[in-house]
Design a protein around this ligand. Structure first.
Ligand SMILES: C=C1C[C@]23C[C@@]1(O)CC[C@H]2[C@@]12CC[C@H](O)[C@@](C)(C(=O)O1)[C@H]2[C@@H]3C(=O)O
Ligand SMILES: O=C(O)CCC(=O)C(=O)O
Ligand SMILES: [Fe+2]
Length: 335
């Protein structure tokens, strides 16, 4: 299996910029301003003091690590990730590969209970950890989406959050596991210039509204910033943080803010640390038949409608027909 490596002849620019870390317990108007600025500049920020308990996160991490520690044959009992189940190296349906294995789940609590029998030897423990985690991060995503709507001065402050609160929401929960690279050199991996680097999860944007991601203490996530290098962008590593959640603006939030927020391009790299990395990603998505178009306040003669109205079903189908790194929103440009 060939895993893409960043080209040694055309090295990509990596820059250590300080990305925004927002304290959600600070004064509301301050938080709102920081959230808006981060979404406009990067489409990415981290949140601390978010109210999701350490216990909920730890229980989910333990269940995730327990699953990936199983022999391959047992993990495959979860079924193939088409759409929900276990996947290894292959990402999506169009030939993308990465140094990653993953477990994909819907977020409906009953479906999690049902699936947990094929996933865990202690299904009750597994489903209670996942349901507790999903409920907590959905709440966090709603809170953040309401801060965004308020900051954009949209009258209905639940315009974004109501889509993922809907009982028919199409949100996804995904666990990614990146085994360490076992690198043989005579350097005992002490000289950083010997660090091997390969792509765990290639460059892409998330198609949904908002992603809430937590990883363990191993780095690897990088986000693309256009701030200093407008033409191609630079890769900015996101250092692991003991308590923070990462928040990504997804494609349909870019469309629903009429281009004011930017859907962030990101990727996960794997370096030859001795420890594996695990990330837990919640992707908030609306019901399939939701018509996606910005609230009236965000469309003005000076800022005409950028994308035609489309349903999440249409957008999801378009995404699934494309490669991981392909841009998709331009297919929905208003004429
Ligand atoms: C190659 C692909 C994998 C993906 C579906 C797609 O066709 C393009 C978007 C990819 C992505 C990125 C964010 C999430 O991890 C994901 C579950 C999603 O909704 O869109 C994945 C899809 C996937 O792995 O199936
Ligand atoms: O593992 C990560 O940090 C990124 C994963 C990701 O981008 C995804 O699952 O869409
Ligand atoms: Fe992603």
């Amino acid at each position: 299996m060939v895993v893409a490596s960043p080209s040694p002849t055309h090295p990509e620019k990596v820059q250590f910029i300080e990305l925004p870390i927002i304290d959600l317990s600070a004064e509301r108007s301050k938080v709102i301003n920081l959230v808006i600025k981060a979404c406009e500049e990067y489409g990415f920020f981290e949140v601390i003091n978010h109210g999701v308990s350490h216990d909920i996160i730890t229980r989910m991490e333990e269940q995730g690590l327990g699953f990936f520690a199983k022999p391959l044959g047992d993990k495959q009992k979860a079924g193939p990730a088409t759409p929900f189940g276990y996947g290894c190296k292959n990402i999506g349906f169009n030939g993308d590969v990465g140094a990653v294995e993953y477990l994909m789940l819907g977020t409906n609590s009953l479906s999690i209970v049902e699936r947990s029998y094929a996933i865990s030897n202690d299904p009750k423990m597994f489903s209670s950890a996942v349901n507790g985690y999903v409920e907590a991060v959905t709440g966090l995503a709603c809170e953040i989406l309401e801060l965004m709507a308020e900051g954009l001065r949209v009258q209905d402050s639940s315009v974004f959050s109501k889509m993922i609160k809907d009982v028919d929401n199409d949100s996804i929960f995904r666990l990614n596991h990146y085994p360490p690279i076992l690198c043989n050199n005579n350097n005992n991996n002490k000289d950083p210039s010997f660090l091997a680097n390969k792509v765990g999860f290639g460059e892409h944007t998330d198609p949904q509204i908002l992603t809430i991601l937590k990883s363990n203490d191993v780095g690897g996530l990088q986000v693309k910033s256009q701030v200093d290098d407008g033409d191609h962008g630079v890769w900015v590593p996101v250092p692991p943080h003991p308590t923070a959640f990462c928040v990504n603006v997804g494609d349909i939030l870019q469309a629903m803010t009429n281009g004011r927020f930017m859907s962030v391009r990101h990727r996960a790299m794997v370096t030859n640390t001795s420890k594996s990395r695990m990330s837990m990603a919640y992707f908030g998505a609306p019901p399939l038949d939701t018509c996606l178009t910005p609230p009236l306040e965000l469309v003005t003669p000076r800022k005409p409608l950028l994308y035609r109205p489309f349903t999440w079903d249409e957008y999801k189908k378009a995404s699934h027909s494309l490669r991981l790194g392909d841009s998709r929103l331009h297919l929905f440009k208003a004429t």
